[in-house]
Ligand binder design. Structure first.
Ligand SMILES: Cc1cc2nc3c(=O)[nH]c(=O)nc-3n(C[C@H](O)[C@H](O)[C@H](O)COP(=O)(O)OP(=O)(O)OC[C@H]3O[C@@H](n4cnc5c(N)ncnc54)[C@H](O)[C@@H]3O)c2cc1C
Length: 499
């Protein structure tokens, strides 16, 4: 059977590509090595508790949001129940404590009240961000053919071009000076994995406006309900999905054109095109059959920086986090205003000074826990280097010791937490590497520095005809919203190729 396209990996982008291509009448085979779809974004159950493995919040899920529109094109939005979020997070700094609630004007008013000498700069900063937001919106809505759109963008969207060349700190420095103010404005840095001095201003602003300008939603029954609905749609479209199947080789004609994939079960499936949602390093190092292509891509990727990893604790509680005093579904707890220092601390063994986040998904959907009980996710960014060379015994001991330390720190915000733990699971950067098939447990693909962002980011096309890439490591980048866009754009590229 010759498929129009084989998609390797049912992560967010792989699913988005598969639903788009199959809805366009293409015959697709989606192959996933795990037993369930979603990749990093999966759920697991323990003693009646359902845990989100990765998600804290997804922007673009509100009605008319970009992800919702993509789902709407295939009627998937009608098969899933969304829960609108009242707010995004309680943000805590040593001297500041406020609710971030998707309302740009309220955030601006709060900043102006707390940092009145910087009032004029704050106004100018947000006017510049407004311009950026409207230009990105114009770019997304424009139906012009791509070459024309790019030409028009050079005069219609100067903010997009400018912010794609600088860091967010360079952007911020044009408007405000106060170190604490800058720290608070960039408190979502852990959602992008790089501090303002390193992150592409463009990428940061896309995520920033996603959480500070428009509301968003969660999915009733967890993210798994959404991915289940997408898989059903792909099958309804007449395409096939295979779980528990790993692609072990991409077969090419002399490294020039794709021909087939071989699975770990020895099956061979031929196709006109292949989209790899596996990370590009594995795609070219482990999967592609041609040594010249392997070597070309090894050179291309070896100098690229990977994003940071994470350490996460999943708790099933005997009561709800709300009963323990948690006032919002998410807390972002910061020790320092200097996120450069925060990033440095991720490379140290010191978990005392790390910024961390708490998420109570069961507050949004009580069905994720047994009646009267609740879930709690504790997350810190962390470096793979802290975990990579440990013996199995040392690894286990360190995991428990770090978890104890972080739970102890949480007691300040949720007194009585330790006494109420019924279930605990821990994920380290090694878990991210193993489960997420992500080199060095990188949670956001290649780091979003200006040199690795926007048009300089790894694209969908490769030097092998018919082989395409999609997902967090490629354009536009990591995050569920971005990966939906990546999957759809990669599918459009394949549709043009198949024509
Ligand atoms: C801890 C953590 C927290 C996060 N928090 C958020 C958040 O709050 N909000 C947000 O928007 N984003 C968040 N993200 C980022 C987001 O989850 C990712 O950017 C996104 O899910 C990546 O999707 P992807 O399409 O790149 O696929 P991936 O999730 O990388 O999935 C790739 C899939 O390919 C499969 N695969 C790989 N190789 C093969 C093979 N050879 N054969 C078959 N299958 C293969 C894998 O098993 C996997 O299922 C978080 C990520 C992590 C890890």
């Amino acid at each position: 059977m010759d498929y129009d396209a084989i998609i390797i990996g049912a992560g967010v982008a792989g699913l988005a590509s598969a639903v788009k291509l199959s809805s366009k009448g293409k015959k697709i085979l989606l192959i996933e090595k795990l037993p369930v779809p979603g990749g990093f974004v999966t759920t697991f159950s323990r003693k009646g508790f359902v845990f989100e493995s990765a998600l804290h919040c997804v922007d673009g899920l509100q009605e008319k949001g970009e992800v919702r529109k993509i789902l709407g094109e295939y009627g998937i939005d009608k098969k899933v129940d969304f829960i609108d979020l009242a707010d995004f997070s309680r943000v805590i700094y040593p001297e500041y404590d406020f609710t971030s609630n998707f309302k740009r004007d309220e955030f601006v008013a709060y900043l102006k009240k707390e940092f009145s000498p910087e009032e004029a700069g704050i106004d100018k900063l947000f006017l510049a961000i407004d311009k950026f937001y409207h230009q990105v919106d114009w770019y997304k809505r424009s139906n012009l053919p791509l070459p024309l759109k790019l030409i028009c963008a050079s005069f219609m969207c100067p903010m997009i071009i400018r912010t794609s060349m600088i860091t967010f700190e360079e952007f911020l420095n044009e408007f405000v000076k106060d170190i604490k103010l800058k720290g608070i404005i960039t408190n979502i840095w852990n959602f992008v994995g790089l501090p303002p001095a390193r992150i592409s201003a463009f990428y940061f602003l896309v995520v920033f406006t996603g959480y500070h300008y428009v509301p968003t939603a969660y999915i009733r029954g967890s993210s798994s309900a959404l991915f289940k609905a997408i898989v059903e749609k792909i099958k309804e479209n007449g395409s096939e999905v295979k779980f528990n199947t790993q692609v072990s080789r991409i077969v090419t004609e002399g490294g020039k054109t794709v021909k087939a994939v071989v699975t770990d079960k020895g099956e061979v499936f031929t196709a006109k095109s292949i989209i790899s949602n596996a990370n590009p390093l594995d795609t070219f190092d482990k999967l592609i059959d041609n040594s010249t292509v392997k070597e070309a891509y090894r050179k291309k990727f070896s100098g690229l920086e990977k994003s940071i990893s994470a350490f996460q604790i999943y708790l099933g509680l005997k009561t709800t986090a709300k009963n323990l005093g948690m006032s919002h579904y998410m807390y972002s707890i910061n020790i320092s205003y200097d996120h450069e220092e925060d990033l440095r601390s991720c490379f140290s063994a010191d978990y005392e000074q790390r910024a961390f986040a708490l998420v109570d998904h069961s507050r949004l959907d009580p069905n994720l826990a047994p009646v009267g009980k609740g879930t709690l996710l504790i997350m810190v960014l962390d470096s793979y280097t802290n975990w990579k060379d440990l013996s199995p015994q040392d690894y286990k001991a360190k995991k428990e010791q770090v978890a104890r330390k972080l739970i102890e720190r949480c007691e300040k915000y949720l007194p009585g937490l330790s006494a109420n733990i019924e279930v605990m699971e821990i994920a380290t950067p090694k878990t991210m590497e193993r489960y997420g098939s992500s080199p060095e447990g990188a949670i956001y693909g290649f780091a979003q520095t200006p040199a690795q962002s926007v048009l300089r980011r790894t694209g969908y096309c490769t030097q092998v005809r018919g082989l395409y890439l999609t997902g967090a490591w490629t354009q536009p980048g990591a995050g569920v919203h971005a990966c939906f866009v990546s999957g759809v754009d990669a599918a459009d590229t394949v549709l043009r190729y198949l024509k």
